[in-house]
Design a binder for this molecule. Structure first.
Ligand code: ATP
Ligand code: MG
Length: 189
């Protein structure tokens, strides 16, 4: 089973992904984590990523796809994957479909965490106090939300047309949201 966990910055993708990994034993691919790991290690890619991320911009599709396909190749044993923070653009979604097709697979469901805009900003500002993440400050948060609306939100329609988009109410308790997600997954059969 291949699952995409979808939502705006701060919608809780990472939190829910960890719980889903425990429940279903899927391999977790967080593109944000992969990039932050490169930044921490000071790789060439990390330097490029740092400059983009700290200003709230996306990493170019070609670069992101290269990272993603290497990550998939590195885990041939995975029974399934949770894609967290990927795809973020229509070209990324088109390419993901091709990459999976080559492996005889597809995206089985896209779970969309829907959270009101004011709550997203509040959560990210709060996280910034603890995380020390370079992109969790007021200016960058506003930019990330704008980029989300322009480049990422159109994916809802993309996956809706493919009958694979499942919206979930993403505010409320972490456990309630998790229950709603598992209901969707368990109903896929
Ligand atoms: P959440 O809080 O819901 O887990 P997030 O938006 O805070 O999500 P990440 O998914 O960790 O954070 O991404 C952080 C940054 O990494 C993005 O703002 C972007 O610059 C870069 N990034 C991550 N994934 C991609 C991608 N698929 N394409 C391009 N850039 C990406
Ligand atoms: Mg995240």
């Amino acid at each position: 089973m291949n699952l995409v966990i979808f939502g705006a910055p701060g919608s809780g993708k990472g939190t829910q992904s960890e719980k889903l990994v425990d429940r279903y034993g899927l391999h977790h691919i967080s593109t944000g984590e992969l990039l932050r790991d490169h930044i921490a290690r000071g790789t060439e890619l990390g330097k490029v990523a740092d400059a983009l991320i700290s200003h709230g911009n996306l990493i170019p599709d070609e670069l992101m796809l290269d990272i993603l396909s290497k990550e998939l190749d590195a885990h041939p044993e995975a029974e399934g994957v949770i894609f967290d923070g990927f795809p973020r653009t229509i070209p990324q979604a088109e390419e993901l479909a091709k990459l999976l097709e080559k492996r005889g697979q597809k995206v089985d469901a896209v779970v969309g965490l829907e959270v009101p805009e004011e709550e997203l900003t509040e959560r990210l500002l709060n996280r910034g106090k603890l995380s020390g993440r370079a992109d969790d400050n007021a200016e960058t948060i506003a930019k990330r939300l704008e980029v989300y609306h322009r480049q990422t939100q159109p994916l809802k329609e993309f996956y809706n047309r493919r009958l694979s988009y499942y919206p979930i109410q993403g505010s409320g308790s972490v456990d309630k949201i998790f229950d709603d997600i598992t209901s969707v997954i368990d109903s896929l059969g």
